[in-house]
Design a protein around this ligand. Structure first.
Ligand code: OGA
Ligand code: MN
Length: 304
């Protein structure tokens, strides 16, 4: 796989341009078909700590090159299919198929279970927050895009935390939430999970407030996968999550990315949420591939 990598790239300075007043930046000056130097990888990670979302435009990479870029920054998560594994388009390895296509390359039918499951990406979430050790970065690459719609929106949960008053922050600080894929899907009425699927979706506890290691800033840790808060009646917990999600996704905290083919967008799931916006998925293909990196430990084991 690294045989596909071209010779190391010249030590070009990264050109980083802010895309939003509080976070998100575009990064030019790198050719992701070539290995990064250690200095370049360090510079990208430092920029990620500052901006949390970075757009690398015009990168003609394939799955293996996308994986190779990801490995500069951590361990790649396996991407096991939850629903209809046998009908998966990509081999069940480390690249997540974020598309509306079946194994035959055709659009998924309106009532296809995989399509309904995929619609959960339209809810504000943080990737893999339902895994004991959740995700660090996600890296999404656009291969085919629809003529309109299908933007991806990002929200900065550090800025949202900073916007809360001290009393509120003190109440939230000790809280622990339960996350499961079943909770996010149930919000859209997708709840016909098989017993095997349910067994894979046991809720995992995560801090509601965490410290983002690279920047030292505190962050809310919200996700559509949350289904309860320890020690709180469920309706009260879900109302609190809904209210915090509204706060965290106010326009001043949101960057909306309009895709071009070849864009690689990297986001830090430890301190941002994202959601996919609608498009005419019964008419046009949208083929995106995601490589996801695991964080170092469950949030409860990380210093707050
Ligand atoms: C993802 C995701 C949204 C989109 O890839 O994790 O949520 O716009 N994608 O495809
Ligand atoms: Mn996602």
């Amino acid at each position: 796989m690294s045989a596909a990598l071209k010779a190391e790239q010249p030590a070009l300075a990264l050109r980083i341009t802010a895309l939003h007043p509080v976070f998100a930046a575009r990064c030019e000056g790198l050719d992701l078909r070539r290995p990064l130097t250690p200095a370049q990888a360090t510079a990208v990670e430092a920029a990620m700590d500052r901006y949390a979302v970075m757009v690398f435009p015009n990168q003609p990479i394939d799955d293996d090159l996308q994986l190779a870029f990801g490995r500069n920054f951590g361990e790649v998560e396996a991407e096991p299919s939850l629903v209809d594994k046998a009908r998966r388009r990509l081999p069940d390895n480390q690249v997540n198929d974020i598309s509306n296509l079946g194994a035959d390359g055709q659009l998924l039918a309106a009532d296809d279970r995989r399509r309904m499951y995929n619609l959960g990406n339209a809810l504000w979430h943080s990737d893999s927050s339902f895994k004991p050790t959740p995700a660090k970065y996600s890296m999404l690459h656009a291969r085919v895009i629809p003529p309109s719609g299908g933007e991806t929106e990002f929200a900065d949960m550090r800025a949202a935390w900073d916007s809360l008053d001290e009393e509120r922050q003190a109440e939230l600080l000790p809280l622990v939430a339960d996350h499961s894929l079943m909770f996010s899907r149930a919000q859209l009425g997708f709840d016909d999970f098989t017993p095997e699927e349910q067994a894979k979706c046991v809720p995992v506890p995560q801090r509601l407030v965490r410290r983002h290691m690279g920047s030292g800033r505190r962050s809310l840790y919200l996700s559509a996968h949350i289904g309860g808060i320890h020690g709180m009646p469920r309706p009260e917990a879900l109302m609190l999550i809904r209210e915090l999600t509204e706060q965290a996704t106010k326009p001043q905290f949101v960057y909306s990315h309009t895709w071009s083919v070849g864009d690689l967008v990297v986001w830090d799931n430890r301190c941002t949420m994202h959601r996919g916006r609608p498009y005419a998925d019964k008419r046009y293909p949208r083929d995106m591939r995601r490589v996801t990196l695991a964080d170092v430990a469950p949030t409860l084991e990380q210093p707050q």
